[in-house]
Design a protein around this ligand. Structure first.
Ligand code: 13P
Ligand code: SF4
Length: 303
């Protein structure tokens, strides 16, 4: 373990690389990373870093986002097949068709989407700024929200804005069931339930708070509560326990695992730095158009 970590550190310096990791990454990857965060935090970090190489420990749309924001840097995804099934639930062609049906509407796309879909969107958002972003849009405009129906429904509830929702979903979050929440509450009656807005409506209704992963990390620190049931991908429990060792964090279900996030391993990070693979690039025309939607997203930081 130490040998591999030493080699990674050595190569990282040699390549002038930075390692970014999402909160759902396996514990050893989070411990290794220079920056661990939610989708918005990672985008901001990717746009600001001075490093020449970004090793992105996450899934494809995240590495693509980094490539869109930092075109002069080399962006590496240690596992080429780490995709996001939700992002793959909409294609550029499908969005074009939807836009033809609603030519006057504004398009808001969740960052969990392919670069080509971002390029066709007016605004991009993450789960931490979606509510604020939509609440700032002109009231008279229709909004097409893609691809996550659950985040979209949550935004509707919070803003009172009706939107046209694409029927995409996160297979990991919809696997968390109301029974999981109830069973966890029985075992931990004093705990607060923190759920991600990608969860289905019944789970959302049972939660005490609906938060992005970054917001969960902040909330757990600021709240006087001592115990939390975490209804999102289990990787974040590692970060929570590390940041607040005096508090209790219980993962709501052993099924709350994103298999794609878990495809990144220490060995793959090392190979990635050795071979400079797998480089993620976005065609320039797509990049420039997607960049506008992402810039508008980065401007809207959550309160
Ligand atoms: P956040 O970390 O922005 O809450 O994103 C959740 C997610 O599902 C990323 O794939
Ligand atoms: Fe995609 Fe869900 Fe995995 Fe996030 S947790 S990468 S939304 S499948």
């Amino acid at each position: 373990m130490t040998a591999i970590l030493d080699k990674i550190q050595q190569l990282k310096k040699q390549r002038n690389a930075v390692i970014l990791a999402h909160n759902y990454q396996p514990g050893p990857i989070q411990d290794l990373a220079d920056f661990v965060g939610d989708s918005l935090g990672l985008s901001v970090e990717a746009s600001r870093t001075d490093a020449e190489v970004i090793v992105f420990c996450g899934v494809l749309f995240m590495a693509e986002t980094a490539a869109i924001l930092s075109p002069n840097k080399t962006v590496l995804l240690p596992e080429r097949n780490a995709g996001c099934p939700m992002a793959d639930m909409i294609t550029a062609r499908q969005l074009e068709e939807m836009k033809r049906k609603h030519p006057e509407a504004l398009v808001v796309c969740y960052v969990n989407s392919p670069a080509e879909v971002k390029a066709l969107s007016d605004y991009c958002c993450t789960s931490s700024n979606a509510v604020k972003l939509v609440s700032l849009l002109p009231k008279e405009k229709n909004i097409l929200f893609v691809p996550d129906q659950h985040l979209g429904a949550f935004v509707q509830e919070q803003t009172g804005r009706e939107m046209i929702l694409w029927p995409g979903y996160c297979p990991t979050h919809v696997r968390i069931s109301p029974d999981d929440i109830q069973a966890a509450r029985e075992h931990h009656p004093d705990a607060l339930v923190l759920a991600h807005p990608e969860c289905g409506p019944q789970v959302r209704a049972l939660a005490d708070r609906l938060l992005s992963t970054g917001q969960m990390l902040r909330f757990a620190g600021e709240s006087p509560a001592r115990s939390f049931i975490i209804a999102t991908e289990e990787g974040i429990v590692h970060t929570l326990k590390k940041q607040y060792p005096e508090k209790e964090f219980v993962c709501v279900s052993e099924r709350a695992i994103c298999p794609n996030m878990k495809k990144i391993t220490l060995e793959k990070v090392l190979w990635s730095l050795e071979d400079m693979g797998h480089q993620i690039t976005v065609p320039e025309a797509v990049r420039v158009a997607a960049r506008q939607a992402l810039d508008r997203m980065i401007e809207v930081l959550p309160d």
